[in-house]
Structure formats: structure tokens, C-alpha cells
Design a binder for this molecule. Structure first.
Ligand SMILES: NC(=O)c1ccc[n+]([C@@H]2O[C@H](COP(=O)([O-])OP(=O)(O)OC[C@H]3O[C@@H](n4cnc5c(N)ncnc54)[C@H](O)[C@@H]3O)[C@@H](O)[C@H]2O)c1
Length: 347
């Protein structure tokens, strides 16, 4: 049985980590720490300091699910207390902090994993598995698109105050997915975060282009100006033989109409509560995956399971700190590119 303690008992802990851990039989939450939490809300003891939590419960893993500014110090404390760490994204604020954590983890022989759980959603796993198959061929072009309806509720708390609101908090998932799908590091990045008439406000519009080897490109639009439909993340991966479209955010959808090419009528019922992925070849669409309604905890539990398997095998887990440093650096490069108003060569 692995003992896990959680620092930060807000939305990510309540809606992602606690339900994720309940899916794994060999995991027990031994305690938590959050100076602002209502202790009676939780089924485990909540301590008055992180030091007390670590001393009293002696966990195998410390989960760090606090606002990003606290990730560095709390991950350090966890490692110094002998824990492995499961840290929320973004890993740290600064790159030198991430590098310090990596060196410390090595010196105390512990692992740090960052919760980039989007890789472990069924729809993204299925898309990845199609790449380089006869059905899909080589990945040539990727587009990622978000339309997000900003409201007082979505901007409440520390997030809404951050001028790097979108790319640092959400874009980092998409940048990580691009690295995952192309299976290599991009050679350059060009990012524009136009702010219109609110130059000191948050980066509500992200336009990012990543170049990969062989003249292959990823194009990302994260649009929080939109007053239209909320679409959390739609991706299209164009391969040399087929196209995969993924859509995160559930639907029960009855569609009918006339097909564009063949002019044949069609009717289709799709039930995908958390999201779906389709392989397209012209007019023919085949569903290759869907996600359950609780796709965030579901994906996080997949990643945690692989983390625990790696600990047992003495192997490096996926989404390791070393790997995630590259995603963090990419996010920082996006902001640099925006400031310079030009592309940045990465290799
Ligand atoms: N992987 C994902 O899909 C995902 C989704 C949401 C949030 N996150 C990440 O999770 C982290 C937390 O986000 P959230 O949405 O839960 O925010 P939140 O504001 O809902 O929760 C943060 C909690 O941390 C507590 N806290 C503040 N300072 C603390 C401290 N020094 N020590 C302990 N607790 C402290 C707050 O009281 C609050 O309860 C962020 O890094 C965010 O980017 C990841």
C-alpha cells in the first residue's frame, strides 16, 4: 500500500486527485495540509503545517496541488523528507527552480512526476497509438483549438490575477501534448498573445506555432475572447494516410444531414460523456476512443498507476521532472517569443 499526503486541498485535489486515488487499490490518502481548508470536509486528517503532515504521516508520495508559486518549496520539502513527489503542472514558476528540484531528486534518489494527465486521456492515447500505423501514416500537421467563455467564476482566486493566465495554466497541457504526439522537441516556436485594448491584462488569446523536423507544424489557438460555445480542447492530427480528430468535453449528440462529398443522407447518435476521438478518411469516420465523464481523475489515476509501477521496477516514470522541464521551457519560450514579436529557434 502506498501512503500519499496532499498539500493544497482546493479544486485540483477535490475534483482530480482524491477521486483518482480512490480508483487504485494500493493507494491510501494519509493526510492533507491546506491553511484555508475546512478540515471536516475531508475523510483524512488535515494538519496545521506541511512539516507536521510529513512528520506525522511519513508518506511515500507527497502530492503538491497548491497554486503554482508554492510548487518549488513544497516539492523540495517533500524530497528532503524522503518522499517521491506527484506535482501539479506547471512544475515550477522558473526553469532554474525545476533544475534545482531535478538535481535534488537525483541526490536523494526520489522521483518527481508532473501531472500532465492529458496524455493519459483515452482520446489522446488512442490518437497517439494511431501515429505511424497504416491507417494514419506520418503525423504532418496538428491543430489545437480552445474556445473558452471567461466569467467571474472561471477567473476567481489567484488564477484571474495572473497575467500569464492562459498559456502558463492551460497552454502548458497543449504544448506537452504536441511534444507527445510528434515524439520529438520542436525546432522553433512563434507565439503571439495579442491583448487588444487591455495591454496589462491576462493573455486571453494565445496564437502559437511550433515547427518540427521535416517541415511539420503544430498550430495552437487558445481563444478566451470567445463569447461563443465553450469548447475545452479540440485537436486535429493530419497524417499522411488519415486524420484523427479529438474533442475534449462531453456530448450526447444526434446528428443528421447530407454528406458533403457523396451527397448521401446520414444519421448518427454519439454518446461520449468526457470526449471522443475519430479516425477520418474522407467521408468515412470511425470512432477510436471516448472518455468517461470523470476523465480528469481517470487520466490522473492512469498516470499515478504508471508512476507506482515505475517505482516498483526502479524505472523512470512518464511525465518525469526531466521530461517536464522541456514542456516548462517551451511555455517560457512562448512568452519570450511574444515579447520579442518573433520566432525563437529552440535547437
Ligand atoms: N492537471 C490539471 O488538469 C489541473 C487542473 C486544475 C488545476 N491544476 C493545478 O493544480 C494547482 C492548484 O490549482 P487549483 O485549481 O486546485 O487551485 P485552488 O485555488 O482551487 O486550490 C488551491 C488550494 O491550495 C491552498 N493553498 C494556498 N496556499 C497554500 C499553501 N502554502 N500550502 C497548502 N495549501 C495552500 C488553497 O487554500 C486552495 O485550497 C495549480 O498548480 C493548477 O495549475 C491542474
Amino acid at each position: 500500500m502506498y501512503k500519499i499526503a496532499i498539500a493544497g486541498l482546493g479544486e485540483a485535489a477535490k475534483k482530480i486527485h482524491i477521486p483518482a486515488y480512490s480508483k487504485l487499490p494500493n493507494v491510501e490518502i494519509v493526510g492533507g495540509y491546506d491553511p484555508y481548508a475546512t478540515k471536516s470536509e475531508f475523510s483524512f486528517p488535515v494538519y496545521d503545517s506541511l512539516e507536521e503532515l510529513l512528520n506525522e504521516t511519513r508518506p511515500d508520495i507527497l502530492t503538491v496541488a497548491t497554486p503554482t508559486d508554492f510548487h518549488f518549496e513544497q516539492t523540495k520539502l517533500g524530497l528532503e523528507s524522503g518522499c517521491h513527489v506527484f506535482c501539479e503542472k506547471p512544475f515550477t514558476v522558473r526553469i532554474d527552480e525545476a533544475e534545482e528540484i531535478i538535481a535534488l531528486a537525483k541526490s536523494v534518489d526520489r522521483q518527481v512526476v508532473i501531472n500532465q494527465e492529458f496524455r493519459f486521456m483515452n482520446i489522446h492515447k488512442a490518437a497517439k497509438e494511431k501515429i505511424n500505423t497504416a491507417d494514419f501514416g506520418e503525423l504532418l500537421f496538428l491543430t489545437a483549438h480552445q474556445t473558452f467563455y471567461v466569467s467571474d467564476e472561471t477567473e476567481a482566486g489567484w488564477r484571474g490575477d495572473d497575467v500569464q493566465r492562459t498559456c502558463k495554466e492551460f497552454g502548458i497541457h497543449v504544448l506537452d501534448l504536441c511534444r507527445y504526439f510528434f515524439d520529438e522537441e520542436p525546432t522553433s516556436i512563434y507565439a503571439r498573445f495579442p491583448k487588444g485594448n487591455n495591454p496589462n491584462g491576462p493573455d486571453h488569446l494565445n496564437l502559437i506555432q511550433l515547427e518540427f523536423s521535416g517541415d511539420r507544424v503544430a498550430h495552437i489557438i487558445l481563444d478566451r475572447y470567445s463569447k461563443g460555445r465553450h469548447r475545452y480542447l479540440d485537436m486535429r492530427l493530419d497524417g499522411s494516410e488519415g486524420t484523427v480528430e479529438t474533442s475534449l468535453g462531453g456530448n450526447i449528440e444526434l446528428k443528421g444531414g447530407i454528406k458533403g462529398g457523396t451527397r448521401k443522407p446520414y444519421i448518427n447518435l454519439d454518446v461520449s460523456l468526457g470526449g471522443n476521438a475519430f479516425l477520418h478518411k474522407g467521408e468515412k469516420a470511425t470512432k477510436i476512443a471516448s472518455d468517461p465523464l470523470d476523465l480528469f481523475p481517470n487520466a490522473t489515476s492512469h498516470l499515478l498507476k504508471l508512476f507506482l509501477d515505475a517505482l516498483e521496477q526502479g524505472a523512470t516514470p512518464p511525465c518525469s521532472a526531466e521530461d517536464n522541464l522541456k514542456t516548462l521551457a517551451l511555455m517560457h519560450a512562448a512568452y519570450q517569443s511574444n515579447e520579442r514579436k518573433g520566432p525563437i529557434k529552440l535547437v
